[in-house]
Design a binder for this molecule. Structure first.
Ligand code: SAH
Length: 229
């Protein structure tokens, strides 16, 4: 998997993507990225990439001529994604779709700043908008890292535990995860649930499913409706 990342803050990459299992996969060449500094395509020597909004109002908008030149500089852009609160919210199901055929997959990730980008860029390049949640970030860089992290960890062998560890996760199992416990079996007077120490796999599996159902019903009833669709 390869990512072209357009940003005015190149120093923010790899950022969190340089650590943990995703960072190890980067070092091992399982995925790669190239940062394109949007400022290299600025309209003047002051490095301007944005301008005031037509129609008035506060806040600056990233210019289409600058972004167009930056996008055209990429030899193989693959699928172009602009992170924006206006896009559909990224879900685990969508992440699976993006990660499905990891070989030869190229994404170009456009990180917005200021109020966002000129609409004509979105229209001209057929760009997909994607939101990471219903809140406003100061820029798309964190969203891009969320996207890369969630997709790369699904590539075979990126996670230590193999296929199993991703298949068992929240959203993959159709609900939220059951409570997790590890050693010591008694901590500050609290024991872990008996059943987990029983070694009885059938009972353990049933207990986990039950717990998952209860927690999902309490916290995220919307997920249950979603799964019934
Ligand atoms: N004026 C915009 C917000 C701009 S925030 C609005 O009201 O919708 C600046 C940049 O941060 C955006 O261009 C986008 O790239 C990024 N961003 C902010 N919130 C985001 C979110 N929830 N998901 C993905 N990207 C986001």
């Amino acid at each position: 998997m390869h990512f072209n990342i357009l940003t005015v803050f190149p120093e923010m990459f790899p950022g969190t993507l340089g650590g943990g299992v995703v960072g190890r996969a980067l070092a091992n060449g399982i995925w790669s990225y190239k940062v394109i500094n949007i400022r290299d395509f600025a309209i003047n020597e002051y490095g301007s990439v944005d301008d005031t909004q037509f129609g008035g109002g506060a806040g600056m908008v990233m210019r289409p001529d600058v972004l167009g030149a930056a996008l055209d500089s990429i030899e193989n852009p693959g699928k172009i994604i602009y992170f924006s609160p206006r896009g559909p919210r990224l879900t685990q199901k969508m992440v699976r779709g993006f990660a499905e055929t990891p070989e030869n997959q190229v994404y170009t990730l456009l990180c917005g700043r200021y109020e966002g980008i000129d609409q004509r860029v979105i229209d001209t390049y057929g760009i997909m908008e994607l939101s990471i949640g219903d809140y406003i970030l100061s820029g798309g860089e964190i969203a891009a890292q969320v996207f890369v992290d969630s997709a790369v960890r699904l590539i075979n062998n990126v996670l230590g535990g193999g296929e199993e560890s991703t298949a068992e996760e929240s959203f993959e199992i159709g609900g939220l995860e059951w409570p997790l416990y590890t050693r010591p079996s008694v901590w500050r007077g609290q024991s872990v649930p008996e059943v987990l120490l029983s070694g009885h796999h059938g009972n353990i599996e049933r207990w986990r499913k039950q717990q998952s159902d209860i927690i999902t019903k309490q916290r995220r009833p919307d997920l249950i409706k979603e799964n019934k669709k």
